[in-house]
Design a protein around this ligand. Structure first.
Ligand code: PLP
Length: 432
């Protein structure tokens, strides 16, 4: 008994120590409560703030059509599926949504998962195993990394978006491994840049690999029809296993894979996160179906977000040009998209920047390691169809003011970023 007790004491002490360590390096996080529904402006800690860190890209999370569809489904089919899909949890709504998703993407089959995290972990760890090789982009999402680790396959991490380096690895491993998988985010969630999907399709074919792309941040919002980055790149059906989520642009919850029938059947039997988890509940399935209708019927939502992204990029470039070495995504030369960031480097400076924005009524999260590599802490901004051009101008004003404030509190860090105190800015957009 005594030794058990001291073991627990150690664990409590360990947890408290780790939290203190995180605090000391500016990485302690907290759960902030949004009151009411998600939207462009939300109440946070009793104040109305401009929300610029939500993945609700099409502004559908609080849409009345989704709410109505979910309520109707709850009344007709109930609030829970009651069991995993392979027991008795497969309901007509699952079947309907899987058919709808497969048709929307033009693939033969679709399979639902309970989240994007569960999809990536389940798909990768079942498709490859010991004796296989996974080629994975260095900035892939944590759920892809965890899926790779769980698989026990050999992992070759290639530098971010570097298809030449990948080609080198594929050449070196020619003929090695029983099965070979290339896996990438399609739109990288922390940098807002795109994977070179067309080249990856070409390399996967040439080197006999399966290609898996995670379109979590692109489904619904990129491509003419909202099918994602693959559609945007003109290689709609070139991805063998395409993962998408319903909790971001589709305003609901859960995830899916679109793929060939044999892959679906295989995953039903082998993906442990599919097999051993209760099926998604009917209301979220109905909301996702309603969201897909809106994605098809209202392309203007995508166009509006694209317009805001251009405006925001132009504004960030203006700020960066005034402040020498401030890192923006614009440097990648890629298109201006709905995710953009300002790299501040130091964790504490990024946190202070986020806090300064919040004090000015703009809620944008600091993203620090381990989510991004050490030394690249940043504030990530995401734009949604619910925002207006005026919101964007307001945010840009707050960004400029906060940078100026940090010149006083973190003068050295700011100087190293090239940010210098200035007399003030023009064209201030007042809060609505
Ligand atoms: N894939 C990517 C690229 C993500 O950014 C995320 C979540 O943020 C996920 C997967 C996980 O999706 P979900 O939130 O549905 O678990």
């Amino acid at each position: 008994m005594g030794s058990d007790r001291s073991g627990n004491d150690n664990l409590y002490a360990f947890a408290a120590d780790r939290l203190r360590d995180l605090e000391a390096v500016g990485r302690l996080r907290s759960l902030r409560v949004v009151e009411g529904a998600q939207g462009a402006w939300v109440r946070l800690d009793g104040r109305e703030v401009l929300l610029l860190c939500s993945n609700n890209y099409l502004g559908l999370a609080g849409h009345p059509r989704l709410a109505e569809a979910a309520s109707e489904a709850a009344r007709r089919f109930g609030c829970g599926a009651g069991a995993s899909r392979l027991i008795s949890g497969t309901m007509t709504m699952h079947q309907r949504l899987e058919r709808r998703l497969a048709d929307f993407f033009g693939y033969p089959e679709a399979l639902l998962f309970n989240s994007g995290y569960a999809a990536n972990v389940g798909v990768i760890s079942s498709l490859v195993g010991a004796g296989d090789i996974v080629f994975s982009d260095a900035l892939n999402h944590a759920s892809i990394i965890d899926g790779c680790r769980l698989s026990r396959a050999e992992i070759r991490v290639y530098p971010h978006r570097d298809t030449e380096a990948l080609r080198g690895l594929l050449e070196k491993d020619r003929g090695a491994g029983r099965r070979r998988l290339i896996v990438t985010d399609s739109l990288f969630s922390m940098d807002g840049d795109l994977a070179p999907l067309a080249e990856l399709v070409e390399q996967a074919r040439r080197y006999g690999c399966l290609l898996m792309a995670d379109e979590a941040h692109a489904v619904g919002i990129l491509g003419k029809k909202g099918k994602g980055a693959a559609e945007m790149a003109g290689i709609d059906l070139g991805i063998d296993v395409l993962v998408g989520t319903m909790g971001k642009a589709l305003g609901s919850f859960g995830a899916f894979v679109v793929c060939a029938p044999v892959i679906k059947e295989y995953l039903i039997h082998h993906a442990r996160s599919f097999v051993f988890s209760t099926a998604l509940p009917p209301p979220v399935l109905a909301a996702a179906l309603a969201a897909l209708d809106i994605v098809e019927q209202e392309p203007g939502r995508r166009a509006h977000v694209a317009g805001l992204a251009h405006l925001f990029r132009k504004g960030l470039c203006r700020v960066a040009a005034r402040h020498g070495r401030l890192g923006t995504d614009a440097e990648s030369g890629g298109p201006a998209l709905h995710i953009q960031g300002l790299v501040l480097g130091d964790d504490r400076v990024a946190s202070a920047f986020s806090q300064g924005l919040l004090e000015r009524g703009v809620y944008a999260q600091a993203i620090r390691p381990p989510t991004v590599p050490v030394g690249t802490a940043r504030v990530r901004f995401s734009l949604t169809a619910a925002h207006t051009r005026r919101d964007v101008e307001y945010a840009l004003g707050a960004i400029e003011d906060t940078l100026q404030e940090l010149c006083g509190t973190y003068p050295e860090a700011m100087r190293s970023l090239g940010v210098v105190p200035s007399a003030g800015r023009e064209g201030r957009e007042e809060r609505r």
